[in-house]
Write a protein that binds this ligand. Structure first.
Ligand code: DX5
Ligand code: ZN
Length: 216
């Protein structure tokens, strides 16, 4: 079995020194840097935008994994692509024209991800599975770090793995929300290939210890 990748979410970092925090998790063995973009509309919180992503790209060599929790994501694809995003993940719930949006992301030479909230059925993304590089299963309601993993979501991760296999998809299966050393083993067994973790990684002085703990 392939080693699971770990994507620390910068949301839980010390924002007075984000550049150093990014570098710290890079040195600690992270595989990707997960960047949560929130607009106060799709989710009840506001974080940062294109310029922050651009600045972080100057601080770390890690691939930038941009998770857009915004309405009208099509307006910002070009900006985030130019800012150096390696992957742009959009929410299926946020776009009326998901197919077109994913095409747009790929046309910019960026990997395309699609995400579903806990209450959204996987069937919503089935028609676009052949177009994506990453499927993100939210295991908390998006908007804030430090929330508790929603019980039962491990079944959805398993179902997502089955769906990708059935479609012969090589897309990454990413899980985000409440991921820690207790929830990770079951998610890995269920077929997750990337674990996003904010508070679990950044909430400890030694991030390498936490990243290793997630890999099991
Ligand atoms: C939540 C974000 C997550 C968040 C996870 O809306 O998408 O990436 O940072 O935080 P933890 O790992 O603390 O649940
Ligand atoms: Zn996220």
């Amino acid at each position: 079995m392939k080693r699971v990748k770990v994507a620390p979410s910068l949301l839980a970092a010390d924002w007075s020194r984000v550049g150093q925090e990014a570098l710290d998790v890079e040195k600690a063995g992270a595989d990707l840097l997960h960047l949560d973009v929130m607009d106060g509309r799709f989710v009840p919180n506001i974080t940062f935008g294109v310029d922050m992503v651009k600045a972080l790209g100057r601080c770390t060599e890690l691939p930038l994994d941009v998770h857009l929790m915004i309405v009208e994501p099509e307006k910002f694809v070009e900006g985030f692509a130019k800012a150096g995003a390696d992957t742009i993940t959009v929410h299926a719930e946020a776009s009326v024209h998901l197919h077109r949006l994913l095409e747009m992301i790929r046309e910019h030479g960026v990997k395309a991800g699609v995400s579903v909230n806990p209450g959204t059925p996987l069937g919503l993304v089935e028609p676009v599975l052949s177009m994506i590089d990453l499927l993100l299963i939210m295991t908390v309601n998006p908007g804030f770090g430090g929330q508790t993993f929603i019980a039962g979501m491990e079944q959805k991760v398993k179902a997502a793995r089955k769906l990708l296999t059935a479609h012969h998809s090589a897309a990454e299966l990413q899980v985000d929300g409440g991921v820690n050393a207790d929830t990770a083993p079951c998610l890995i067994r269920g077929g997750a290939s990337i674990l996003v973790a904010g508070s679990f990684v950044f909430g400890h002085q030694d991030r390498a210890v936490r990243i290793r703990a997630l890999r099991g």
